[in-house]
Design a protein around this ligand. Structure first.
Ligand code: UD1
Length: 421
């Protein structure tokens, strides 16, 4: 198994290109199931989760070709001949559940292994199933699998989400585009990745409006043609690099993304004392003075993203005073705290609140990555720590950050991937 070794204390300066967003690419790749033609999807990041998605699509009979040098994926939907996402794949990536909507819409049948718990919480799929039932699907849960059927096709409906779940919004949207008649989906997620999915679906001929607001309207169509789409930039990757720059008292520019994708994170960085500037296609964060503490609550978009919570926690170990981070989206997303404490942080947890006292001089240690964003948080901390930090279980990181060591090295970090000793 690989681990990362970081020699801390080198300020980061320079610019990095931001990759396509993992969380936009995943549903968009699954949306290719909806068409019998060959879809072309550009700016797909080269990540472990994308490989898993390819395996799921392959297992459904689709022909996939990933042109690695161009980050372009070709998916031929004409050969769809199966309807099951197996346990082995769903257990490595729960987003595989996103085959449900497209398969029910195109084939009227779908079988998906029930996603188990994961490091950051139980993460049920009840909202996905409720919405698909409203469209006429029926489900049986047996032997660890969810099997859905809609033998007479799906019918448009008015659906009201109890919570703006990102995945449920995506699954429902992908089902509605081929359902007969009109659908109205209320209290949906408004994340930029939902907007990108709607744009991708429209490139196939889907009739969708309202994405990015809390109500999405869909008018079902008979069939969809091939998709031609370029995946939007990864706002979480971008914010992670900006935090890394500030953590090391440097100045980092992220290219290929505009500030509108990440207003909340940028507002908090400004509030903490960073100097933020932007152009339509780049954002720069510069360390100009000691950071001030923050009070942050994670919320659905446009609120502060739970996927940036761990990275901000690392940063706030350097702010002067007590910061409070409340996690409201996932019930078990403070696993990185114990590891940050191993690096010398002063953090106390009370229920879903973490109180971070800074500034502290972090010192390198051996730590363990527990999930994707926790890995990024430990890298950020390691970059500012005195001495060497060793991060094990980096396979979590490889699920969601494309070439992170190369990008950080270009900015001046001393970060190395080596075999676990
Ligand atoms: C997506 C993102 C993930 C991000 C999360 C929240 C992808 C591939 N993943 O995950 O990186 O952290 O949004 O921004 O895009 N819930 C239910 N029932 C459901 C569905 C969700 O109770 O049927 C709960 C979950 O357990 C969780 C909360 O709702 O506590 C948010 O989940 P959701 O928005 O669905 O996140 P994901 O789509 O899983």
């Amino acid at each position: 198994m690989d681990r990362l070794r970081i020699v801390g204390g080198n300020p980061l300066f320079g610019s990095v290109e931001i990759s396509g967003a993992k969380n936009a690419a995943l549903p968009i790749l699954f949306a290719s199931i909806l068409s019998k033609q060959k879809s072309i999807i550009k700016n797909v990041p080269l990540l472990a989760d994308i490989n898993t998605t390819l395996k799921v699509l392959d297992s459904l009979g689709l022909k996939t070709l990933f042109k690695l040098d161009e980050n372009t994926m070709e998916i031929d939907g004409s050969s769809l001949n199966a309807h099951e996402a197996p346990y082995e794949l769903v257990s490595t990536m729960r987003a595989s559940v996103l085959v449900l909507g497209p398969l029910l819409a195109r084939k009227g049948i779908a079988k998906v292994s029930l996603p188990g718990g994961c490091a950051i919480g139980a993460r049920p799929v009840d909202i996905h199933l409720m919405a698909l039932e409203k469209l006429g699907a029926t489900f049986v849960i047996e032997s660890g699998y969810i099997e859905g059927k809609a033998p007479n096709g799906l019918r448009g409906a008015k659906i009201n989400f109890p919570f703006p779940s990102v995945g449920a919004t995506e699954n429902t949207l992908m089902a509605c585009v081929l359902a007969k008649g009109k659908s109205e989906i209320h209290n949906v997620a408004r994340e930029p990745e939902i907007v990108d999915l709607a744009i991708a679906l429209r490139s196939m001929g889907a009739k969708i409006s309202g994405e990015g607001t809390s109500v999405i309207y869909v008018e079902g169509v008979e069939s969809l043609h091939a998709m031609n789409h370029r995946v939007a930039p990864d706002r979480i990757e971008a914010a992670t690099f900006l935090c890394a720059g500030l953590m090391t008292k440097g100045k980092v520019t992220v290219n290929g993304i505009s500030a509108e994708f990440m207003t909340s994170a940028l507002d908090f960085l400004t509030q903490a004392g960073a100097k933020i500037s932007d152009t339509p296609t780049s954002i720069t964060a510069e360390y100009v003075k000691e950071l001030s503490p923050l009070i942050i609550t994670t919320e659905p978009f446009p609120g502060f993203p739970t996927d940036m919570q761990a990275q901000f926690m690392a940063l706030l170990t350097q702010a002067n005073g007590n910061s409070i981070i409340s996690e409201t989206i996932f019930e078990n997303r403070f696993m990185h705290v114990a590891e940050l404490i191993r690096l010398g942080s002063k953090i106390k947890i009370k229920g879903n609140e973490a109180i971070i006292t800074g500034p502290v001089q972090l010192t390198g240690a051996k730590v363990m990555a527990t999930d994707l964003r926790a890995s990024a948080c430990l890298i950020i901390a390691g970059l500012a720590a005195k001495g060497e930090t060793f991060i094990s279980r980096v396979y979590h990181l490889d699920r969601g950050y494309e070439q992170i060591e190369m990008k950080l090295t270009k900015l001046g970090a001393k970060i190395f991937r080596e075999k676990e000793k």
